[in-house]
Design a protein around this ligand. Structure first.
Ligand SMILES: *[C@@H]1O[C@H](CO)[C@@H](O)[C@H](O)[C@H]1NC(C)=O
Length: 160
């Protein structure tokens, strides 16, 4: 895999573009507490992605979850569609499709961003309603209007 040695520093997020031994991006830890640990790795062959939790990870059951996502764009995103698969022990337990940017309905300010731009999204999710146990895998895929992959994230959520 050929990647360029560029490091972009944006706020608190550092995206390292590195050519690792196994061709994988480093594993990033989003959250680590005695109740939950969340780790992820970009599964896009060409780029890493930054996810940070703005709130404390022990509060995700009690307060809205503030997250920040930082991503350099390789393609424009006039449209953007995200899908998520949550699996437990190899079984798909949840599939969710979410259009983030539709042709006439840009839900976020980053909709319409062009190739080469850095997008940085701060958003908040509802408090986690579930009380789960064990190790879950969450895959997140994002594509643009041409079906070009924008993001691929392989995350593990471990509830202790
Ligand atoms: C996700 O990551 C896990 C742990 O590193 C790995 O076993 C699994 O094959 C990955 N899945 C995909 C679809 O890349």
């Amino acid at each position: 895999m050929k990647v360029h040695g560029v490091a972009v520093i944006l706020g608190m997020v550092i995206l390292h573009v590195v050519d690792t031994q196994d061709g994988h991006w480093p594993v990033h830890t989003v959250c680590n507490s005695n109740k939950i640990s969340v780790k992820y790795r970009s599964c896009d062959p060409l780029q890493d992605i930054g996810f940070t939790l703005q709130s404390s990870c022990s509060q995700i059951w009690t307060k809205p979850i503030a997250i920040k996502v930082t991503l350099p764009l390789r393609k424009s995103i006039d449209e953007c569609y995200v899908s998520m698969d949550l699996t437990f022990l190899g079984d798909l337990i949840l599939h969710h499709d979410e259009p983030l940017c539709l042709p006439d309905f840009p839900r976020f300010t980053f909709c319409g961003s062009k190739k080469g731009e850095m997008i940085s999204v701060e958003t908040s999710l509802n408090t986690l309603k579930l009380h789960l146990k064990g190790l879950y895998n969450l895959m997140v895929y994002g594509i643009n209007q041409d079906g070009f992959q924008i993001v691929c994230v392989n995350a593990t959520l471990e509830f202790h």
